[in-house]
Structure formats: structure tokens, C-alpha cells
Write a protein that binds this ligand. Structure first.
Ligand code: C2E
Ligand code: MG
Ligand code: MG
Ligand code: MG
Length: 285
């Protein structure tokens, strides 16, 4: 990269320009409208128990059905939303949408699975997050056990004192939390204890190499040991092969998530699965 000299500069310059292009600004205002017009949708990716492969939870992942560009993924619009307060609107939409979806599944008679929601760094460091959850739980008290949040390590460390306050307030309401992408950032272990998070999610980048790379394997093992020693649960994300599943089970990782088990699914698919689940194992109560 050093020898690229001039080229690097041009690259930097063009990257800088994309930040302020009319295109990016247009996307921002379109997103603002899109949220109001109902263009966002949630897909749900199951989490499974490592021992059995049985579904034990879901993660809500936002997508944007753009009228002209088609289906957009978070990487294509979350950073735009994060540059402005729009991310607050987006997060609010997601949290409400999950609550409504759970209420709908519940009234259809399905046994609910806990759904975890990704919350942005901006939101994590504001008291509004706690207020919003308090509103949601006042409307749907039974959801305390069925809504959880995921905060990335980076988001937590952007404002660790406020994140600690938020997570502890949520916990008092019965809402559990996970530290997402763990291992990719720099969480101080002192904070990790104070956060009182329920779960560590091992970053996908380590899972990738777990069957081939000693370093990745040792990091995954170390995170599992750390979680155990702090009485936290541990989820490995990004499982794509049976070999990765086998190895993580051997290491004592309790929960897994990844394309090997399921891709993120549309509401229609997820509803079908929840219905089928009910038929296979009818509730006794
Ligand atoms: P994340 O929370 O770490 O979510 C996991 C991402 O990895 C998802 O990408 C998921 O589709 C993908 N993934 C899951 N299993 C596998 C696998 O086996 N292999 C590979 N290659 N990928 C896998 P997605 O949906 O594109 O989301 C990307 C990120 O965007 C999320 O990372 C999260 O940080 C953020 N995000 C997603 N939904 C929301 C949301 O509703 N609000 C906010 N604020 N952020 C969100
Ligand atoms: Mg996540
Ligand atoms: Mg993650
Ligand atoms: Mg991620």
C-alpha cells in the first residue's frame, strides 16, 4: 500500500467525496421517508442449542425494500443513518416492529422464542433506549422474557459508562443483553463485569478460521472460558460448516448461529417454522 502513494491519496479523496455526494444525501432522505412509508422489514435468524441443533432464539436483522434499488442490507444504510439522528428513528422502528411481531405470533398461539435486537452505538449511549423499552413493556408485559438486545463491543466502548447504565436498567426490567462481535473490539474486562450482560457473542471472524487456524481456535476457546468464568452464556456466530459445529460443541459453546443452520428468514418463513414447531411439540399447558 505504501508504494501506491498517489493512488492511496486518490482513493482517500474519492472516499471522502462519497461521504458528501448528493447520492448519499439522497439515500438519507429516502431512508427517512422509507421508514415512514413502511419500506423497512425484519428478517429473523434462528439461534440453536449446540447440543441438539434445536431453535432457542431469534435475531432480528433489518432490511430496506428500496423502491428502485431493491432489497438493501444493513451495511448499505446503517452507516448513513448513524451519521444523523435517523438511526434513532430506525432503532425505534425495529424495536416496535419486533414487539408487534411477537404479539402477533403470540396471538396465533405459537410458543415464542426470545428475539434479540441490534441496537446502535448512538442509541446505546442515550437514556431514550431505556424509556422506549419501558413503554414497550408497559404495553406488552410478557415480552420482558422475549425481547433482548445486542450491543457490539465497539458500541459499548464508545460510551461505556452510559452503556453500563442502560444495560443495567434494562436488566432491572427483565431485558437481557448480549455483547455482539466480541473479540473484534477492545472491551475492558472491568467493564464487562459491570455491564451485567447475559451473553457473549464470539465474532464471526474467529469462527471462520476455527478449523484451520490455531490462533482463531484459541481465541474462540478463550472467549468460551471467559464467558464460563463470568457465568455468562456464549453464542458463536457465523457457523457455516458441520466441522465448525462439532468443534464448538467440543469446546463447550452453548449456542450457535449461522448459515449452516439457517439464513435470516422472512416473516412468512419464520411464521411457517413456528407453526410447524407447535405441531411437532404441542404445548402441554
Ligand atoms: P450482527 O448483529 O453481527 O449480525 C450478524 C450478521 O452476520 C448478519 O448480517 C447475518 O446475516 C450475518 N450472518 C449470520 N450468519 C452468517 C454466516 O454463517 N456467514 C456469514 N458470512 N454471515 C452470517 P446483516 O443482516 O447484513 O447485518 C449486519 C450488521 O448490521 C449486524 O451484525 C448488525 O450489527 C447490523 N444490524 C442488523 N440489523 C440491525 C438493526 O435492526 N439495527 C441496527 N442498529 N443494526 C443492525
Ligand atoms: Mg447481532
Ligand atoms: Mg455479530
Ligand atoms: Mg456484526
Amino acid at each position: 500500500a505504501k508504494s501506491a502513494g498517489k493512488g492511496c491519496y486518490r482513493f482517500w479523496q474519492s472516499e471522502y467525496l462519497t461521504d458528501v455526494t448528493p447520492e448519499r444525501m439522497r439515500l438519507e432522505s429516502e431512508l427517512r421517508e422509507g421508514i415512514e412509508n413502511g419500506e423497512l422489514e425484519l428478517h429473523y435468524q434462528p439461534k440453536v442449542e449446540a447440543e441438539t441443533g434445536q431453535h432457542c432464539g431469534l435475531e432480528a436483522l433489518v432490511r430496506w425494500q428500496h423502491p428502485k434499488l431493491g432489497l438493501l442490507y444493513p451495511d448499505q444504510f446503517i452507516s448513513i443513518a448513524e451519521e444523523t439522528n435517523l438511526i434513532i428513528e430506525l432503532d425505534r422502528w425495529v424495536i416496535r416492529a419486533v414487539a408487534h411481531q411477537q404479539a402477533e405470533w403470540r396471538s396465533a398461539g405459537f410458543e415464542l422464542l426470545p428475539v434479540s435486537i441490534n441496537v446502535s452505538a448512538t442509541h446505546a449511549s442515550r437514556h431514550e433506549l431505556v424509556v422506549l423499552f419501558a413503554e414497550i413493556l408497559a404495553a406488552y408485559p410478557y415480552l420482558a422474557n422475549y425481547i433482548e438486545i445486542e450491543l457490539t463491543e465497539t458500541a459499548i466502548m464508545a460510551n461505556p459508562d452510559q452503556a453500563t447504565l442502560s444495560l443495567n436498567s434494562l436488566l432491572e426490567m427483565g431485558v437481557k443483553s448480549s455483547v455482539d462481535d466480541f473479540g473484534s473490539g477492545y472491551t475492558s474486562l472491568g467493564y464487562l463485569k459491570k455491564l451485567n450482560a447475559n451473553t457473549l457473542k464470539i465474532d464471526r471472524s474467529f469462527i471462520n478460521g476455527i478449523t484451520t487456524d490455531f490462533y482463531d481456535r484459541d481465541v474462540a476457546k478463550a472467549i468460551i472460558a471467559l464467558a464460563n468464568s463470568m457465568s455468562m452464556e456464549v453464542v458463536a456466530e457465523g457457523i457455516e460448516t458441520k466441522a465448525q459445529w462439532d468443534l464448538l460443541r467440543e469446546f463447550g459453546c452453548q449456542y450457535l448461529q449461522g448459515f449452516y443452520f439457517s439464513r435470516p428468514l422472512t416473516v412468512a418463513c419464520m411464521t411457517h417454522i413456528l407453526k410447524h414447531r407447535l405441531e411437532e411439540a404441542p404445548m402441554l399447558s
